[in-house]
Ligand binder design. Structure first.
Ligand code: SF4
Length: 396
């Protein structure tokens, strides 16, 4: 092999090593919530006659009565219920993916996954146990531990009893209300939630860290823990840059007052008059807010956001940290190209709003498939092979 061949092989190996190599606990917690939501939806689907199948195309592992029993699935031993499920093409299904997967919102994490490979994101939703397994690996757990200990360096954990979805969302708003004055007085805050509506879709995320630098700029810092003691490949870097840019878009929308009460209530299907639990009300009182209903919490939040002195984010940076040596690898300052971000985002959301079918990686990114758990069963790969076989047969 010549030098360029060997260099290419090294680059490809680094790219393969990079799949799921950068971890952020807030993202992973988001995934856990999503997996739970899919699990509960699956339970709902299992109780029906299967007419509303979650499967929009030939998945590698069809929807079954037990999404967690991979042995049965891989051995082809499927239940009668599975055989009864009709495979539907996306064209025949009147529901768009948001509706089909019962999603009220999308997380930044999910959109980052989608920017790596859209097809894989959809397979992950259809097979939550595969994603769960991926999250249980030692590197992911170590990433979560590092993030958690960082968060605990500056924030205490307070246990608040929540009983409804409105309680949970109100608590998130109260946490933000608690962090805003800290940030305004120059303190560093971690795990700051952000949300907003883009292209008609509600998007939520959690910013790792916000603080002012010595120049007085508001800096967003995203910690990425890595197994490898090296900066990420360009493919992984692209995903990470997209992530922080999207956080900025959402944060800036919040401080500019672009998020309205109806966005929160309508998209998330929350009850405005729901009385908040005693624990949530007591916690609100402790931090200086008197709220009785969910609407009170939303009003207090939106009023504070419009009156506070927070500016838009000035600087985006990615901080890479080596898991093994527990030392810094480097910091990457990320340029913010809003026009490009909006183009990319629009393209991703077109799938979720049913304007097109899901797609796999472009041919130049086919190396991603080599480390993908769905490689053997992926329709995108099968189609690609079929086309290249047909071309080869045509040539012969
Ligand atoms: S095999 Fe390739 S195209 Fe298919 S889901 Fe995996 S990465 Fe995407």
């Amino acid at each position: 092999m010549d030098a360029s061949g060997s260099q290419q092989q090294q680059q490809q190996q680094q790219q393969l090593d990079d799949d799921w190599d950068d971890f952020s606990d807030s993202e992973l917690l988001d995934i856990s919530t999503e997996l739970q939501s899919i699990d509960s939806q699956q339970a709902l689907v299992d109780k029906t006659d299967g007419k509303q199948s979650m499967v929009g195309f030939d998945s590698p592992c069809e929807s079954s009565t037990s999404m967690h029993d991979c042995t049965k699935e891989s051995s082809g031993h499927q239940t009668g219920d599975v055989r009864g499920l009709k495979r539907k093409s996306l064209h025949e299904d009147s529901l768009n993916p948001m509706q089909r997967f019962s999603k009220r919102h999308l997380s930044v994490t999910l959109l980052c996954d989608q920017s790596w490979c859209e097809m894989k994101t959809v397979y992950n939703i259809l097979k939550p146990h595969v994603k769960r397994k991926e999250m249980q690996c030692a590197e992911v757990q170590m990433g979560i531990d590092i993030h958690l200990s960082r968060e605990l360096e500056i924030q205490d954990v307070i246990h608040v009893d929540i009983r409804t979805r409105e309680d949970a969302e109100a608590l998130k708003l109260l946490n933000m209300l608690n962090m805003i004055p800290l940030l305004e007085t120059g303190k560093c805050v971690r795990e700051f939630p952000v949300f907003g509506v883009q292209e008609g879709v509600f998007i939520m995320g959690v910013i790792d860290e916000l603080m002012y630098n010595q120049k007085g700029e508001l800096v967003l810092n995203e910690l990425k823990t890595r197994k490898q003691h090296s900066m990420p490949s360009s493919a992984q870097d692209k995903v990470n840059c997209f992530q922080v840019a999207l956080y900025k878009l959402l944060f800036d929308g919040l401080v500019r007052g672009e998020v309205k009460k109806d966005h929160i209530l309508d998209h998330l299907k929350l009850r405005s008059h729901q009385v908040l639990g005693a624990g949530v009300q007591a916690h609100a009182k402790k931090i200086g807010y008197h709220v009785a209903t969910f609407e009170d919490a939303v009003d207090a939040f939106l009023l504070t956001m419009t009156c506070c002195d927070l500016p838009c984010i000035d600087l985006l940076q990615l901080e890479y940290y080596h898991q093994g040596s527990k030392g810094s690898i480097g910091i990457r300052v990320v340029p913010f190209d809003e026009a490009q971000l909006r183009v990319d985002l629009k393209g991703y959301l077109e799938y979720w709003t049913g304007q097109r079918e899901p797609k796999g990686v472009d041919i130049e990114d086919a190396w991603k498939c080599r480390s993908c758990l769905y490689e053997q069963t992926c329709d995108w790969v099968k189609n690609r092979l079929q086309i290249s076989n047909q071309k080869a047969a045509g040539v012969n």
